[in-house]
Design a binder for this molecule. Sequence first.
Ligand code: ATP
Ligand code: MG
Length: 338
Amino acid sequence: MRLRRLETYGFKSFADRMSFDFEDGITAIIGPNGCGKSNVVDSIKWVIGEQSAKALRGAEMTDVIFNGCATRRGMPFAEVTLVLDQLSAGMVIDTPEVAITRRLTRDGLSSYFINGKACRLKDIKDLLMGTGMGTSAYAVIEQGRVGFILESNTKDRRMVLEEAAGISRYRARRRIAARKLERVEIDLQRIAEVLAEVRRRARQVRKQAQDAIRFRDLTARAKELRLAFAMEEHGRLSAELAQLDSQLQQLTADEAAASAESARLEALVAEEDARLAPSEDLIRERERARADAQSARDVARAQTDECDAQLTELDRTEAEDRTALATVAERIAALDRQ
Ligand code: ATP
Ligand code: MG
């Protein structure tokens, strides 16, 4: 894989649209200090997805947008496009060239494109993985980094070499596959648990089904028996009803006869009542006369009692008078004697 072209617009010191074409062989950029050589490298790091503002020698990410100078105003956004020639890389896009674009506005809105089509940062990272151009790779070796690489330990150096050799892509795939395998194993375990539960449930359901069949048979039998019983009951009750009907008819006839007899007797009683009425008047009159006689007798008795009392009194005065008389006679005799 080779870099073919780099286009910048509003990136750091490159306010105007700039295009760098990289021919075959080695390209070197030369210029005085502060003319923007490192900014070219920064633009390459940025377009392939660098997320650290510090790694781009700024405080915030929006510091990469051209912020104006004495002669011109700042830009509203920065945009960089890197065209790669993918001949020697195992990249997934099948166009002969692939253009990666990153754009950032002042309000921090970031967007990415592959061949002019909007995409995610991840798509760009996936595209570059194993090409030796990842942001963490040493494809870009900045001022002061050479010594660091030479002095780094074997493990770190191995990482650099693996990325350059394109192994890291397979490592990442292996990690993903291992994670998938883990998930599948967990799924399998869960399925086994579910299966056990389902088997247990199936046993229960089978038992329930047997019970249901038995219940159905017994219910049918019970229904038959109830029906037979009901038929018998019906016959018996029908006969009883017929008998009761004839009894009722008999009793109705008896009642009619009794009613007629009762009416006749009532008429008779009324007749007798009418005949007895005068005698009853007479009786009442006689009773009144007897009461009168009784009260007259009571008055006469009272009078008799009073007379008896007077007679007794008179007897008593007579006796007294006789005593007095005897006394007087004695006195007279005495006087006579004297
Ligand atoms: P050296 O030879 O010292 O390494 P250099 O050529 O690498 O220098 P750079 O560091 O690439 O120079 O460029 C620095 C210049 O870029 C400075 O003049 C700085 O003002 C300018 N610059 C950086 N960011 C912006 C920005 N956002 N807007 C405008 N100019 C910027
Ligand atoms: Mg520099």
